[in-house]
Design a protein around this ligand. Structure first.
Ligand SMILES: Nc1ncnc2c1ncn2[C@@H]1O[C@H](COP(=O)(O)OP(=O)(O)O)[C@@H](O)[C@H]1O
Ligand SMILES: [Mg+2]
Length: 467
C-alpha cells in the first residue's frame, strides 16, 4: 500500500478521540498542524461534507495550505484546489476550506455558513468570542456526517487565558471534561444537554519525524529564554512569555501582605484619600474602580463595578445614565460623607460620541463627576509596572481586595500586542487595566530607571517565527 501520511503515536491518539471538542498539542513542533490538516479529510467521501481550517491571518494560513498540497492530491488525485477561494473540492463534492480572521469582526464573514468539521490551528491566537461564534456554525448539511471541532495551540497569545481555562485547568491531560448546558424548549421544559472536551498534549518529543529530519529544531527550542522555553518546549501553561504583568502575584493568604497584590478586605480608615476611576464601555464591558490611598501613597482597590455579561469581553449595553445611577447608588449607601475624586476615560468628553450630548454630561446630570484621565498608553503601563514592583522587603505600591474578581481575572491575562510589541494588546479584556491606568496617571509615582529598562528591553515576540 502507498502510505501518504501516517499519524505518529500522539497524533493517532488525538485523531481517535470522540469528544466534541479536542485541543491538541500545547507545545511547539509536536506535529499539531499536520494532524489537523489530515483530520479534515476524514469525511471527504460524503458529498455534502464541508470542513474548514482556521489560522488567524492569511500569511500564516499559507503554511497549512502548503501542507494540504502535499497530502490531499496524493490521497485524492482528482481533488482540485481553488487558490482564490482557498478551498479544496473533492470528487464526491465535499469541500475543505481555509479561513482566517485577521480583524475584530472577520468572524462575521462566516455568518449563515455551516461546517461539519471546524479546525483551529493555533487557537490561542483567537478570542473566545471568535471560537464560540464558529461553534454556532458547526453543523451538518445532510445526514450521516459527524459534527465536531478540533484545535491546536501553544501557550501564549491573546487567547492564552481562555484556552487554558477551557481545556487545561479543568482536568488533567487526556481526561475528558464533561459539561452541561441547558436549553428551554418551545413547550417550556428545560432540557439538559451534555457535551465533552479534552486536552491531548504533545510536544516535539512526540514528533520523531521532525527530530530526525531537523535535529536543530530541538536546539532552537532549548535555547529560548526561560519562560518561552518552558512554554514551547515543555508545554508549560503557567509560564508564557506574552504575559504583560509577569510580576503579578495572587496570594491573599499572605497575611503579612508581602509578595502579593491580592489581599483580604479590611475596613479602610476614613481619612485615607478616595478615588473612583472609570473606563466607559457599551458593547464592551465598562469598569468602575474605587481606590483608597494610605499615608505612604500605597493604593488599594477596594471595590469594583464591572459591566459585563456572562460572555467574555461583552458589555451590558447600559446607557451612561444607568451606569451613573448605579455609581451614585453605591456611593450614597457605602461612602456617606466621603470626598471621592473621579477620573475617567478622556474619550467620554468626545463630542462625536452619542447624540444626546457628550457622555460626560450625562454623568454630570446625575451628580457623578469625573476629571479627564490621561490616556498616554506607555507611561500608564510604566506606572502599573512601577506600582506592582515589590520593594526589597516584598511590599508593592498597590493592592487589590480579593473581592474584586474581574480585576483579578483580567489583569494577569493581558498579553503584548504582536504589532506594537511594547504595548498591551487592545483586543484583550483590558477595561480594568485602562481604568487603573487613568487612576495611576492622575497621581504618578516617579519611575525607577531599572523598571523602565526592564519593561522596554523585553520583546516577547522576538525569535518567535517558528512555532
Ligand atoms: N505523521 C507525520 N509524518 C511525517 N512527518 C510529520 C508527521 N507529523 C508531523 N510531521 C512533520 O513534523 C514537522 C512539524 O510538524 P507540524 O505539524 O508543523 O508541528 P506543529 O504544528 O506542532 O508545530 C513538519 O515538518 C511536519 O511535516
Ligand atoms: Mg503548527
Amino acid at each position: 500500500m502507498n502510505v501518504i501520511w501516517k499519524p505518529q503515536e500522539k497524533q493517532a491518539a488525538f485523531q481517535a478521540r470522540n469528544e466534541y471538542e479536542v485541543l491538541y498539542g500545547g507545545a511547539a513542533g509536536g506535529g499539531k498542524s499536520d494532524a489537523l490538516v489530515a483530520e479534515a479529510l476524514r469525511q471527504v467521501h460524503i458529498s455534502h461534507y464541508k470542513g474548514i481550517i482556521f489560522r488567524k491571518t492569511i500569511p500564516q494560513l499559507r503554511e497549512l495550505i502548503t501542507k494540504s498540497q502535499k497530502i490531499y492530491p496524493a490521497a485524492f488525485p482528482k481533488a482540485v484546489y481553488n487558490s482564490t477561494e482557498h478551498v479544496w473540492k473533492f470528487p464526491s463534492g465535499a469541500r475543505i476550506y481555509f479561513g482566517s480572521m485577521p480583524n475584530r469582526d472577520s468572524y462575521l464573514n462566516y455568518q449563515g455558513l455551516s461546517f461539519a468539521f471546524i479546525g483551529f490551528d493555533e487557537l490561542t491566537h483567537f478570542t473566545q468570542d471568535e471560537y464560540e461564534y464558529l461553534i454556532s456554525r458547526n453543523r451538518a448539511d445532510g445526514p450521516g456526517v459527524r459534527v465536531y471541532i478540533r484545535s491546536t495551540a501553544n501557550p501564549g497569545g491573546i487567547g492564552h487565558a481562555w484556552v487554558k481555562q477551557r481545556f487545561i485547568s479543568p482536568a488533567p491531560p487526556n481526561t475528558p471534561i464533561r459539561y452541561k448546558t441547558q436549553v428551554r424548549m418551545p413547550d417550556g421544559r428545560v432540557k439538559t444537554l451534555e457535551r465533552s472536551r479534552i486536552f491531548i498534549p504533545s510536544s516535539v518529543f512526540d514528533n520523531q519525524a521532525l527530530l530526525e529530519n531537523d535535529p536543530n529544531y530541538l536546539t532552537n527550542l532549548a535555547s529560548l529564554p526561560e519562560a518561552k522555553k518552558n512554554a514551547l518546549l515543555y508545554g508549560d501553561w503557567d509560564s508564557f512569555s506574552g504575559q504583560v504583568f509577569t510580576e503579578w502575584k495572587n496570594h491573599p493568604e499572605n497575611l503579612d501582605r508581602k509578595n502579593t497584590h491580592v489581599i483580604k478586605p479590611f475596613p479602610i480608615p476614613r481619612h485615607w484619600r478616595r478615588f473612583r476611576s472609570f473606563d466607559y464601555g457599551y458593547s464592551r464591558p465598562f469598569a468602575v474602580q474605587w481606590w483608597a490611598v494610605d499615608e505612604q501613597g500605597v493604593a488599594y482597590l477596594y471595590r469594583q463595578l464591572y459591566g459585563c455579561t456572562n460572555s467574555p469581553n461583552t458589555g451590558l449595553r447600559l446607557e451612561p445614565t444607568a451606569i451613573a445611577k448605579a455609581i451614585r447608588g453605591i456611593e450614597e449607601s457605602e461612602e456617606q460623607g466621603l470626598c471621592i475624586t473621579g477620573i475617567a476615560d478622556p474619550a467620554i468628553w468626545d463630542e462625536s460620541r452619542g447624540s444626546a450630548g457628550t457622555i460626560i454630561n450625562l454623568f454630570n446630570e446625575q451628580g457623578v463627576y469625573f476629571e479627564k484621565g490621561d490616556n498616554k498608553r506607555l507611561p500608564g503601563k510604566m506606572q502599573v509596572h512601577h506600582r506592582m514592583a515589590f520593594d526589597e522587603k516584598g511590599y508593592p505600591m498597590m493592592y487589590v481586595f480579593d473581592t474584586c474578581r474581574e480585576f483579578i481575572r483580567t489583569i494577569p491575562a493581558l498579553v503584548y500586542d504582536e504589532r506594537k510589541i511594547e504595548d498591551v494588546n487592545t483586543d484583550c479584556e483590558d477595561h480594568d487595566y485602562d481604568a487603573m491606568r487613568y487612576f495611576f496617571m492622575y497621581n504618578p509615582l516617579p519611575t525607577k530607571p531599572e523598571i523602565i529598562k526592564k519593561a522596554e528591553g523585553f520583546n516577547p515576540f522576538s525569535s518567535d517565527e517558528r512555532r
